[in-house]
Write a protein that binds this ligand. Structure first.
Ligand code: HEM
Length: 467
């Protein structure tokens, strides 16, 4: 009995203690509207037993009910959710102190450890410097060379779906992206596209640590053998790179990276390299199936630049001559942002223009998928209209560059942005040179994870393209 009384006392004491300690934070957070709070648990009841799709609905509904910025509390954790582009850009771009990721990312840590996506502080800063050169423009030709090869494999694979039932294109593009990042990131050619059920490919996606450790061991032995990254593969391209080599040879703050840091970064690159770009590619194709007029205009541009030979390898120069493709990709990423939200843990009070505060020890979740449909920034926001990004006129020229940031912005922006865009462009061009996309199958049922997902894949139909 005595033990029960002491336990109840301790629990109550800790609630009161937390309440007093967090009172100032809660008072400031309560300046924002939000759903009704239950004693102690706050809004936990709103999220309990919700499926992932229901969470996306809940966030959309909450924005509708409470406006661009609202708050939730679960026990003593407070989150401010915002789709306000002014707040988003002021935090991401101008606030160099707001670099720590929110605890909402903690579920990634078992896989990615303290890699670039999840890490913070001095370690993140030093390792970002080591990794930035991986994406130098001198490697672009090599990237496109590898993407071409894997894009061609995808085109061949898709032959069996021609004029047939709907194909879940995203499931195949994940494999193409995986093949590309394994080759460029780890120096491994795994041909996941044609061996998706093999134990080896399952291992890359499920027990990533083992795959990455083996790849690091092999690259270390390779480099010790005095070979260079230019010995990679059988391709005849000048500047080649294997990302692991740069990690093995790099140093952060004058010291070589330790084994754990290298492993976390390889896992992070493999994770990012295979997950986000496929969302962009799949939704570009999906939107083109829904909007045949846009597809025709885009194909005209592609035919003008690439001519009629479907098998000519794509070059980096050609990819730079496709302004309409740029607009189509942007518009697809606006409606279906591959990273639907980013979040920070705010460590010092931030005063907003309207006088309210985002207090220290609060999470700030920035809902990009709501912000990119803000009608004041994007008129007729639910329409798929690539012309809004056409810089030579149209509604487009009015788009504030900070209003559209699918790769985030500021010090923690996407380090792989240019790699991603080259992959997206190469694969979209390869597919459109060979196939007409038609609308077929079910509409995607979206839900947010760290990356935008669809419960039933992304379904399209394919017809042979006749020139
Ligand atoms: C369409 C494709 C992609 C999109 C839309 C995208 C978007 C983003 C966004 C929004 C962030 C910021 C996340 C945050 O603040 O929490 C980010 C960070 C990051 N991305 Fe990407 N990404 C893409 C592809 C890639 C690729 C292909 C790679 C690597 C090969 C990559 C590597 C990273 C890394 C390492 C970070 C963390 C950077 C840091 O915090 O310093 N991403 N990305």
């Amino acid at each position: 009995m005595f033990v029960v009384i002491i336990t109840i006392f301790l629990v109550l004491f800790s609630f009161v203690y937390d309440y007093v300690r967090n009172k100032r934070k809660f008072d400031l957070v309560d300046e924002f509207p939000g759903p009704r709070l239950m004693p102690f648990i706050g809004n936990a009841y709103n999220y309990a037993a919700k499926s992932s799709e229901d969470v996306i609905k809940l966030i959309l509904e909450s924005h509708k009910t409470y406006g661009q910025s609202y708050r939730t509390k679960i026990y003593n954790e407070a989150t401010i959710w915002t789709s306000d582009l002014k707040i988003i850009s002021s935090i991401l771009v101008n606030n160099t102190k707001a670099i720590t990721k929110s605890p909402l990312y903690n579920f990634l840590k078992p896989w990615l450890g303290e890699g670039l996506l999840t890490g913070t502080g001095k370690k993140w800063r030093a390792e970002r410097k080591v990794m930035a050169p991986m994406f130098h423009s001198k490697y672009f030709e090599y990237f496109v060379h590898v993407f071409n090869r894997h894009g061609e494999n995808l085109v061949n694979k898709l032959k069996s779906y021609e004029d047939g039932d709907a194909v879940d294109i995203i499931s195949l593009i994940y494999l193409t992206a995986l093949d590309s990042i394994c080759e460029i990131g780890c120096g491994e050619q795994i041909d996941a596209l044609n061996n998706s059920d093999s134990e080896y490919v399952q291992a890359v996606t499920e027990t990533i640590n083992q795959f990455s450790s083996d790849a690091i061991r092999r690259r270390r032995a390779y480099l010790l053998d005095n070979k260079s990254k230019d010995d990679v593969g059988d391709d005849d391209v000048a500047n080649k790179i294997v990302f692991i080599d740069l990690l093995l040879q790099g140093s952060a703050d004058g010291k070589p990276l330790d084994d754990d840091a290298i492993l976390d970064q390889v896992n992070t690159l493999t994770f990012n390299g295979r997950n986000s770009s496929p969302v962009a590619i799949a939704f570009v194709l999906y939107a083109l199936g829904q909007h045949i007029d846009v597809q025709q205009t885009l194909f005209k541009e592609i035919k003008y630049v690439f001519g009629s030979d479907k098998s000519d390898p794509i070059t980096i120069q050609q990819l730079q001559e496709l302004p309409y493709l740029d607009s189509v990709i942007k518009e697809a990423m606006r409606l279906y942002p591959p990273i639907p939200a980013v979040a920070r843990y705010i460590e010092e009070d931030i005063r907003l223009d309207d006088g309210r505060y985002i207090p220290a020890a609060t999470s700030l979740a920035m809902t990009l998928f709501v912000a990119f449909r803000d009608p004041s920034a994007f008129p007729e926001p639910n329409e798929f209209n690539p012309d809004r990004f056409d810089l030579n006129g149209g509604v487009s020229s009015r788009i504030d560059p900070f209003a559209f940031i699918p790769f985030s912005s500021g010090p923690r922006n996407c380090i792989g942005q240019r790699y991603a865009l080259l992959l997206i462009k190469t694969v979209v061009v390869q597919i459109l040179r060979n196939y007409e996309i038609v609308s077929k199958g079910e509409a995607p049922i979206l839900f947010p994870q760290i990356v935008l997902r669809s419960k039933n894949g992304v379904q399209i139909g394919l017809k042979n393209r006749v020139y």
